[in-house]
Design a protein around this ligand. Structure first.
Ligand code: FES
Length: 111
């Protein structure tokens, strides 16, 4: 097994919108697939542009977050979305870029 979760998980953002992370997808991959314009840059866990806070639920990082995040954020459930796999449904506080398309809660265009 590759270590990636074999289940889909729902993610609710801080503003109430929801999307589904398919099995094997990172948070960032799923958000972009669903049309959310979320902050990101390198996609390899180096720039920390995609950082978000997991408010509830369980997630696993594919990389050692200490390379990109300060110690206080590591202890405060901050993850790099491009390197994070949900292990359960999540509530995520993720500051999204202005002007993004509105996705009604529960509306996943890929499902
Ligand atoms: S996009 Fe650079 S760390 Fe995630």
């Amino acid at each position: 097994m590759s270590g990636r979760d074999a289940m889909d998980h729902g993610v609710r953002l801080h503003d109430g919108r929801v999307f589904t992370v398919k099995a094997g997808e990172t948070l960032l991959e799923a958000a972009l697939r669903c049309g959310l314009r979320v902050p990101h840059n390198c996609r390899v866990g180096a720039c920390a542009t995609c950082r978000c806070k997991v408010v509830s639920g369980r997630a696993r990082s594919l990389v050692d977050r200490a390379y990109a995040l300060p110690q206080e954020e590591l202890g405060n459930a901050v993850f790099l979305a491009c390197q994070t796999l949900p292990l359960s449904d999540l509530v995520v506080d993720w500051t999204l870029q202005p002007g993004e398309p509105q996705l009604p809660p529960g509306d996943d265009p890929e499902s």
